[in-house]
Write a protein that binds this ligand. Sequence first.
Ligand SMILES: O=P(O)(O)OC[C@H]1O[C@](O)(CO)[C@@H](O)[C@@H]1O
Length: 337
Amino acid sequence: MASSTISSSSSFLKPRQRTPLFPAKSLHLPRPRSIRSIAGDLSTSTVSSASTPSAAAAAEKKIAGPVEKDPIRLWHRYVDWLYQHKDLGLYLDVSRIGFTEEFLERMEPRMQSAFLAMRELEKGAIANPDEGRMVGHYWLRNPKLAPNSFLMTQIEQTLDTISKFADDIIGAKIKPPSSPAGRFTQILSVGIGGSALGPQFVAEALAPDNPPLKVRFIDNTDPAGIDHQVAQIGPELASTLVIVISKSGGTPETRNGLLEVQKAFREAGLDFSKQGVAITQENSLLDNTARIEGWLARFPMFDWVGGRTSVMSAVGLLPAALQAWELTLKRCLLVLH
Ligand SMILES: O=P(O)(O)OC[C@H]1O[C@](O)(CO)[C@@H](O)[C@@H]1O
């Protein structure tokens, strides 16, 4: 989501003479609902901010006008208010929602302050005050949007490292030490919640039918589930790349999965460190474990990327690259951007 698109609302939402409220790409399409239910929501939000029942009723009148029934007036309202985003092929008809002009005027300052907050957020404001963090996952899709050159370089260098590592794994320049296949054939992804959803999305939605490395997931702490995955891998454990993903690096469920997998490696007489990869924040427990044990590779998870929005970080892109998603990583970023 580029700043330029957040703030440039005016060309998209009619009427063009009025001050537009909804910017092109910040609109979230509601589920199809009846006009009355939407108008009802508007009334409810007003009621909650009004102090007395009569004040609430008055405010309700101002915000939610009657839904237009007259076909000519409705047509003009439609022409005025049809929202079009030609690039996205998106049309949204808000004309049948019973909002009034006064409602729009009252909302304008609130919307402008929301846009301002969004612009600030994109420029790197601390948007997560509890943890003192920026929120910048969209910089991953276009590093030039990052608020400073350090972050931009960090994103670009990580991309290059992911590309090279994936090429080396697929091209068998980096091999598992004891595999009869002489190359990695499987990925076992260990991580839960936000650290599993991105790789699962990539595997389900983007990977080709027969990727060079097939992927399996340990995404909860169920011992039977973990055993099941390990048993299904069987002798191919010797050619399995284990990617352990945890932003915090300390999630107990993920650590349980890791310990179980490491036990399976020991029992099979395999050296886990030659097949283990960590994706985590620098200096986390997982990062330190991987560094001290000398794992095959470590990739960063930036503190300004939330788990559930991490698919365009190493969390999603390393599995994507290893499954040879047909586009190169940079092209894929371009497409998603
Ligand atoms: O990536 P981490 O730090 O292991 O965190 C995993 C946990 O964090 C979340 O992604 C978000 O809180 C949860 O879904 C999950 O339980």
